[in-house]
Structures are given as structure tokens and as C-alpha cells.
Design a protein. Structure first.
Length: 256
């Protein structure tokens, strides 16, 4: 079901967006060689407690999950790209680390993700991260009243294709509101002019992610972490965006 938010409700979603942005800003500054993924989860958990927010992940237990997620953050390193379950692992020089964080403040959810490199940067890792960022920007620029969801998908897919990446359509963006995952699905490639026509008040997470040399995933034995089929590295960029008469509003925008 597609739910539309009133202008007052979109205003009420801003604190959640700001909180999620603040947590990611903090995590971005903490990611470094030698830092443990569990430390990143602890930092996010502490910020949740201090803010009186609620984690969207800790009790998350969809039908495909063997058990509740149990952590507040997704940490996906190198060939892991989505849904990474934090575990005891110290970040190494050159690691590509994606963090995806969703939390609820005052009953409203925001969801955002970023990817950073710890230490020495491989130019191909820089390129794939930059491509997901550019694809996210391109997708957001199409998140306008009267456009179709397919316009967002096509804009994302075009940026990825221009850089020579192939896009997986199994996991993509989604509606965001009182819960983390709602309709519509926002695929990371598609056809212009197709799909739901966007109206003011639609709030969606847009989240391009890519793998260097494949578009196939497999699930790690931990039951959650999604890894590339060929061991190649990935990247992920995500924002929660409100469609308004004045254009797209990025609720999870980090200050620069
Ligand atoms: Mg997310």
C-alpha cells in the first residue's frame, strides 16, 4: 500500500532523518584501520540510547531470516555489500566498509547508507563508491511530483551502465514511514515513464548499490550478510527522500 504524508508529517520525519544523518557522520569519522565492526555497532547503539530513538534492525526478523538481526547497524566489508551482520572483525588497510543505518524517532523512520575506504584507496574502489553516489544523486533528481518511479530507476541505471557496472534488481529502494520497508519498490534500473506516478507526500529510500564485476549475490552462513558471487567488492549509497511540491527533500542529508 502506498502511503502519502502530509506536510506536517514530513516535518515530523525530519528529526529521524537528522538523527540517522548524525549517526552516519559519526560512523564515517570512526571508520579506520584497526577499528572493530562491533565497536561501530556499539557507537550507533549508544547514540540510539542517548537520543531515545528505536533501532529498526535489532528485532528485525523477516521470514527469510533465521533469527532476529540482533544489532543496530549493517556493516558490509569488501565482498559483502548489503545486510552485513556486525561481527568481531578489525578493519584492515584498504578495506571498503559500507554502513547502513535505520532508526525511528518519534515513531518515524529514516534510512541511509554510505561507503568509505579505510586507509589506502584502490582507484577502482573509489570509482565504484563515486558511481553509487552519482547514481543516488541522479535518482533523487527524478524524485519529483508527476514523475514515475521508473524515472528514478532509469536515472540510477544509466549512471551505473555508463561506468560499466551491471545492476542487480533483487534489492533496491522502498517506501519509508512508520516502518522501515513499505511500498513502492524502487529498483536500481528500469524504464522511464513506467511504474507509480509520484505524488507529493511520498517518502522513499533510494539506494543504489553495485558490485565491481558481477550482479550476483549469495548469503553468508551468518544468514544475513549478502556477498558478491565472485568475491569482487561493492559499494552502497542511500538517502531517505520526501517528494514535495517544491522538489525532493533529502531527509537524511549530512552536513558538509
Ligand atoms: Mg538502508
Amino acid at each position: 500500500m502506498i502511503e502519502l504524508r502530509t506536510p506536517a508529517e514530513i516535518e515530523a520525519m525530519r528529526p529521524a532523518g537528522r538523527f540517522v544523518a548524525d549517526v552516519l557522520t559519526r560512523l564515517e569519522s570512526e571508520i579506520a584501520v584497526g577499528v572493530d565492526l562491533l565497536d561501530l555497532d556499539r557507537i550507533a547503539h549508544q547514540m540510539i540510547r542517548e537520543r531515545g530513538a528505536e533501532s529498526c534492525y535489532i528485532d528485525y526478523h523477516p521470514s527469510f531470516g533465521a533469527m532476529p538481526f540482533g544489532k543496530v547497524l549493517c556493516t558490509s566489508v569488501n565482498d559483502a555489500v548489503l545486510h552485513g551482520l556486525p561481527h568481531a572483525y578489525k578493519i584492515k588497510d584498504g578495506d571498503v566498509v559500507s554502513v547502513d543505518f535505520a532508526a525511528s524517532v518519534d515513531g518515524w523512520v529514516a534510512d541511509s547508507a554510505l561507503t568509505v575506504i579505510a586507509g589506502t584507496k584502490d582507484p577502482e574502489d573509489v570509482r565504484i563508491i563515486e558511481t553509487t553516489r552519482k547514481a543516488l544523486e541522479a535518482g533523487i533528481s527524478e524524485a519529483k511530483v508527476g514523475n514515475k518511479i521508473g524515472d528514478i530507476s532509469a536515472a540510477i541505471g544509466d549512471v551505473c551502465a555508463a561506468e560499466g557496472y551491471s545492476v542487480n534488481l533483487d534489492f533496491g529502494g522502498h517506501g519509508v514511514g512508520r516502518t522501515m520497508h513499505g511500498d513502492p519498490h524502487v529498483a536500481n534500473d528500469g524504464r522511464r515513464g513506467r511504474g507509480l506516478k509520484m505524488k507529493a507526500g511520498l517518502v522513499i529510500a533510494i539506494e543504489p548499490w553495485l558490485l565491481r564485476t558481477t550482479d550476483e549475490l549469495y548469503t553468508d552462513p551468518d544468514g544475513w550478510t549478502l556477498r558478491s558471487a565472485d568475491g569482487s567488492r561493492g559499494a552502497h549509497s542511500e538517502h531517505t527522500v520526501a517528494i514535495t511540491p517544491d522538489g525532493p527533500v533529502i531527509l537524511t542529508q549530512r552536513s558538509v
